[in-house]
Write a protein that binds this ligand. Structure first.
Ligand SMILES: [Zn+2]
Length: 318
C-alpha cells in the first residue's frame, strides 16, 4: 500500500491540534484535544499518540498509508536534532528528544519543526503564499512569530532559529523583552504589547475611554484598543497607528534583507483586516525607497488556525 497521506500536529500549551493531509496538502480531517500540559511531558506524548489514533479512525486510514508525521511545537528547538530545548508553555519539556520518542511511540517517521515555521510553511503550500516562491510571514499574536520561505524552502539558519522577526530590534534601547534584549518588535506590535502600551500611557497621565477599565483593573486587549481608536479615542488611535508604523518598518527591513515577493501577516491581530493592512501599507509607501520596483506584496493569511497543522503535514511529506 502506498503511503499517500501525512499527519500534521500543532502542539500548543492549551490544545493539540491535528489533521490528515493528502499529497496536495488538502486537509482531509482535523481534530483537537486538550494538551493537559500540567500533567507533564510523558502524558503529553501519550495525548499526541492518542490524537494520531483518533485521526486514523476518523479517516479510516491505516498507519501503512501514512508517510510520516510533522510536529509543529513551541521552541526554541532543533529541527536537525529533533529536540525541544525548552518550551515555557509545556512544563517538563526541557531537552526532550521529541522526534525520536514520538517516532518510537507511533512507529512512523516524525519531523519536528518550530510552530511559527510550520504555520508559515502551511500558508506557503496551501494558503496566501501558494503562488509564490519567496515569502516571509509574521504571526501577530500574544507574541510575534516569524517564518521565512526562500526559493520554495523553509529557511532555518545554522541554529534553526531563523525567522525570529519578533526579536529583531525596532527601537534602539527600547522596551525590555523577556528574551533579554531591548526594543524587540514583539514589545511594540504584538497584541499583548498594544494593550500594555495603552495601559502604560494612561498610568503616565494620558486620557483614554479605556481609563475606567484600567483603573478598575479590568482585562482588555488589542481589540478594545482598536475599537476605542475607531470611536475617536486619540490615545488608542495613536497607539494603533504606531503599531502599524512599527510593522511597516519591519517590512522595510525584511524587504531589503530578503527581497521576498510576499509578506504575510497572520495571527489574531489580522482579524482587524483592512484596519491593520491599510495603515501599514500607507506607512510603507512613505518609508520605503522608490529607487527600484522591488516592494513585496502584503497579504493576510488565509488558513487561520489550520496553518500550523497543514504546514507540519507538508513538512512530513517533503
Ligand atoms: Zn525579544
Amino acid at each position: 500500500m502506498t503511503a499517500r497521506y501525512t499527519i500534521g500536529i500543532d502542539l500548543g500549551g492549551t490544545n493539540i491540534k491535528g489533521g490528515v493531509c493528502d499529497r496536495r496538502q488538502t486537509l482531509l480531517t482535523r481534530h483537537a484535544i486538550e494538551t493537559q500540559a500540567e500533567l507533564g511531558c510523558e502524558h503529553v506524548l501519550e495525548r499526541m499518540a492518542r490524537l494520531v489514533d483518533d485521526l486514523l479512525q476518523q479517516t479510516n486510514l491505516s498507519k501503512a498509508q501514512i508517510a510520516g508525521i510533522g510536529v509543529g511545537a513551541p521552541g526554541p528547538l532543533s529541527h536537525a536534532q529533533g529536540m525541544i530545548y525548552h518550551a515555557p508553555n509545556l512544563p517538563g519539556f526541557v531537552a526532550v528528544p521529541l522526534r525520536d520518542r514520538f517516532a518510537k511511540a507511533t512507529g512512523l517517521p516524525v519531523v519536528l519543526e518550530n510552530d511559527a515555521n510550520a504555520a508559515a510553511y502551511g500558508e506557503f503550500t496551501a494558503g496566501a503564499g501558494k503562488d509564490v516562491r519567496n515569502m516571509v510571514m509574521l504571526t501577530l499574536g500574544t507574541g510575534i512569530g516569524g517564518g521565512i520561505v526562500l526559493d520554495g524552502k523553509l529557511w532555518r539558519g545554522r541554529y534553526d532559529n531563523a525567522g525570529e522577526i519578533g526579536h529583531t530590534v525596532i527601537v534602539p534601547d527600547g522596551r525590555a523583552c523577556p528574551c533579554g534584549q531591548r526594543g524587540c518588535l514583539e514589545r511594540y506590535a504584538s497584541a499583548n504589547a498594544i494593550a500594555e502600551r495603552l495601559r502604560e500611557a494612561v498610568a503616565a497621565g494620558e486620557n483614554s475611554v479605556l481609563k475606567p477599565k484600567i483603573t478598575a483593573n479590568e482585562p482588555f486587549d488589542a481589540r478594545d484598543v482598536l475599537q476605542a481608536a475607531e470611536q475617536g479615542d486619540a490615545l488608542a488611535a495613536r497607539i494603533w497607528d504606531e503599531t502599524c508604523y512599527y510593522l511597516a518598518l519591519s517590512v522595510v527591513n525584511v524587504r531589503h534583507l530578503l527581497n521576498p515577493e510576499l509578506v504575510v501577516f497572520a495571527g489574531g491581530l489580522i482579524n482587524a483586516g483592512p484596519r491593520l493592512l491599510d495603515p501599514v501599507k500607507e506607512h510603507l509607501e512613505r518609508l520605503s525607497w522608490k529607487i527600484a520596483p522591488d516592494a513585496p506584496r502584503i497579504a493576510l493569511a488565509t488558513l487561520g488556525t489550520d496553518a500550523g497543522t497543514i504546514g507540519a503535514a507538508a513538512l512530513a511529506m517533503s
